[in-house]
Design a protein around this ligand. Structure first.
Ligand SMILES: *[C@@H]1O[C@H](CO)[C@@H](O)[C@H](O)[C@H]1NC(C)=O
Ligand SMILES: *[C@@H]1O[C@H](CO)[C@@H](O)[C@H](O)[C@H]1NC(C)=O
Ligand SMILES: *[C@@H]1O[C@H](CO)[C@@H](O)[C@H](O)[C@H]1NC(C)=O
Length: 348
């Protein structure tokens, strides 16, 4: 083989590998999702709860229509999985059939929180602790396929997306008629207790092989339209969310020292989405809602979904999810993602 042919073959080889990277393989072999209704893609559909969204007009802009996603189109993690190069959305735990789990599973559940009792005034949900039990089950299924040595290598490379805590406020602490936490803790003590419990779950996730953690802070939960008379935000609720966020960010710094073979990042959802949510608009919400703040089944939603930051009274529209996902993946300023964004985390 002459030199020129060899060079051309090398060039062709490099070119085809580059193509393969871009179009063939996602940037991480797997993605596991822990969270609440911001990430749920169908886990609540068969639970006895009012917190479900598997009916129209939810999903009006999603290719398959209503799936259980609490928005008009894609959730933030759907968009992030696109950015990571996955050619499918990660299946909800409730629908996995065992053949589709190696690339990840979505455990998120509407109304769920870090605390077990959170959201239960609406019925059943899958708390963070139970989501972890479901993950334990999936890990053992994957181990059966890959063998116990390969499974750890595989799980180490995955991205773990954890976006939970809003319901511990909105569907627990700030509902004193249903939950005792408000009388028991002030806002700072509550954030400490929540983070303390969250830590044990994150450590358990580490023990199960997780090494790349993307931890999302809370959004400005005082700015959701539910329970408001005007466009002003409820500052007490925002302050509580920011207390939680600051403590979560400190955990990220602490764990990056404590677990040098892992990497934790904090996504500052509150700052990223502030301008999208804090709009002085009379009509923030797109769909017609019932007293529970969720869309009324089969009612026509607004026409121009991109002009309404919220789809129902709790959940952002796809347009806001896109902002959050893009900024979390590729943060233009350090304040959005600490100490790095998702695009850098997955390259480690
Ligand atoms: C399992 O689910 C995958 C995708 O969700 C599907 O392609 C496959 O046919 C299913 N397998 C069985 C045995 O149902
Ligand atoms: C919460 O639920 C999980 C999973 O069922 C359980 O392991 C844990 O002990 C519970 N935590 C508390 C504080 O009850
Ligand atoms: C809304 O307005 C009513 C009547 O003016 C008032 O009693 C209530 O406290 C207000 N709610 C909020 C959340 O500001």
């Amino acid at each position: 083989m002459d030199c020129e042919t060899t060079i051309w073959m090398v060039v062709l080889f490099l070119f085809s590998s580059a193509m393969y990277c871009v179009f063939g393989e996602p940037q991480v072999p797997c993605l596991f999702i822990f969270g609440d209704s911001l990430s749920d893609s169908g886990n609540n559909n068969d639970l006895a709860t009012d917190a479900k969204a598997n009916y129209k007009p939810y999903g009006i802009d999603f290719p398959d229509g209503p799936t259980g996603r609490f928005t008009n189109g894609l959730t933030s993690i759907d968009i992030i999985s696109d950015l990571l190069g996955f050619d499918h959305y990660i299946p909800p735990y409730a629908n996995t059939n065992g053949t589709d789990i190696a690339q990840g599973v979505n455990y998120a559940s509407g109304a769920a929180g870090i605390r077990n009792e959170t959201g239960t005034h609406m019925g059943q949900d899958i708390s963070m602790g139970l989501q972890l039990e479901h993950h334990r089950d999936i890990v053992s299924q994957i181990a059966k396929k890959l063998g116990s040595e390969k499974v750890q290598q595989h799980l180490n490379k995955c991205l773990y997306y954890v976006n939970i805590g809003s319901n511990d406020y909105l569907n627990n602490y700030f509902l004193p008629q249903h939950y005792p936490t408000n009388g028991k803790y002030n806002a700072d003590q509550y954030a400490v207790a929540l983070i303390q419990e969250h830590l044990t779950y994150l450590k358990a996730l580490y023990e199960l092989g997780a090494r790349k953690f993307s931890l999302f802070g809370l959004s400005l939960i005082g700015c959701i339209p539910h329970g408001k008379n005007d466009s002003l935000c409820v500052e007490e609720h925002n302050r509580a969310a920011l207390l939680f966020n600051n403590k979560l960010k400190s955990v990220v710094d602490r764990f990056n020292k404590e677990f040098p073979d892992a990497k934790f990042i904090f996504i500052n959802t509150a700052i990223i989405t502030e301008n999208s949510l804090k709009q002085d608009m009379k009509i923030l919400t797109c769909c017609k809602v019932g007293s529970n703040g969720q869309c009324i089944p089969n009612e026509e939603p607004c026409q121009n979904r991109n002009l309404h930051p919220f789809f129902d009274e709790f959940h952002p529209s796809e347009v806001v999810n896109k902002v959050l996902a893009n900024m979390a993946y590729n943060a233009p300023v350090p304040a959005f993602a600490h100490p790095m964004d998702i695009s850098h985390l997955v390259k480690l």
